[in-house]
Write a protein that binds this ligand. Structure first.
Ligand code: AMP
Length: 282
């Protein structure tokens, strides 16, 4: 098994990264909040393909959680995560504490605008500000030249792409497809919250997305009619509370009027206390 370097302070992480860069190495980064599953691991594999040295970060970022969200109970398994990272041939893992990322006197945030307002941004005010801030910090500390994100968090991926472009971050942002369990549910650390009955109920989300894809394939071109249909299906699904379901332009995230190659459906539901998201290209 590959030797996995564990770096617990920003200074140590940055010094290691500088050494790699000085030796001419291309650094790939996969930011995570831990409790790793095959979705995360697919990003690590892509990072390894695209870089000479690969770093994962595990940091449950407090600034992207709202006051009534699951920051305190977010699942953690550091030992299991380290074993998976080493087995996957990672070179280094960055494991900072919240106090190290946001020390006393911390004063500067990165604020995304239009693209961060709708969808998850509407139900989670301040979420993408926290995400952009921490991702920018992680990019700087790890000196990453390429960073891999999952399409599972599709809005996040687009918001980060825009940040990298707007702020000239000189990091290539790469998106990877959603990895699903055999029953169709998108893998997520938060699936650990679901009881067996809730897990069955949660399948309404991927099922509804597929329903819309089939309707689009069968010739439905009215994007907002599809969205209505999807919302209706989720309102009728037992045990499910609809947060949002929108049919949007995949690049701008603005509501789509007609279905085309760039059209994507994004949705979020609650099952019990658990909020789940998913999306699919139409
Ligand atoms: P998280 O630990 O939930 O913050 O996720 C870290 C990264 O893994 C993000 O870029 C996510 O989009 C990505 N990710 C999470 N779940 C999946 C999945 N099922 N398939 C692909 N990527 C995922």
């Amino acid at each position: 098994m590959q030797n996995l370097v564990q770096l617990t302070t920003p200074a140590a992480m940055h010094a290691w990264a500088r050494e790699q860069r000085d030796a001419g190495k291309r650094i790939g980064l996969v930011p995570t909040m831990g409790y790793l599953h095959e979705g995360h691991l697919s990003l690590l594999d892509e990072a390894r393909r695209r870089s000479d040295v690969t770093v994962a970060s595990i940091f449950v970022n407090p600034t992207q959680f709202g006051p009534n969200e699951d920051l305190q109970r977010y699942p953690r398994d550091l030992e299991g995560d380290l074993t998976k990272l080493a087995a996957r041939g990672l070179n280094a893992v960055f494991l900072p504490s919240p106090e190290q990322i946001y020390p006393e006197g911390f004063n500067t945030y990165v604020e995304p605008t239009t693209m961060a307002r709708g969808l998850c941004g509407a139900s989670r005010p301040g979420h993408f500000r926290g995400v952009c801030t921490v991702v920018h910090i992680l990019f700087r500390i790890t000196a990453a030249q390429v960073a891999i994100f999952g399409e599972k968090d599709y809005q996040q991926l687009q918001v980060i792409r825009a940040m990298a472009r707007d702020l000239w971050l000189d990091v290539e942002v790469v998106g990877m497809p959603i990895v699903r369990d055999p029953d169709g549910l998108a893998m997520s650390s938060r699936n650990a919250y679901l009881s067996p009955a809730e897990r069955q109920q949660a399948l309404a989300l991927p099922r509804t997305l597929n329903l819309l894809r089939e309707a689009a394939a069968a010739g439905e071109r009215d994007a907002q009619a599809l969205a209505q249909r999807g919302r209706q299906a989720l309102r009728e699904a037992p045990g499910v509370r609809l947060d949002y379901l929108e049919v949007v332009n995949a690049a701008t995230l603005e509501p789509a009027s007609t279905v085309g190659p760039q059209t994507r459906v994004l949705g979020a539901i609650y099952v019990g206390n658990t909020r789940l998201i998913d999306n699919l290209g139409l």
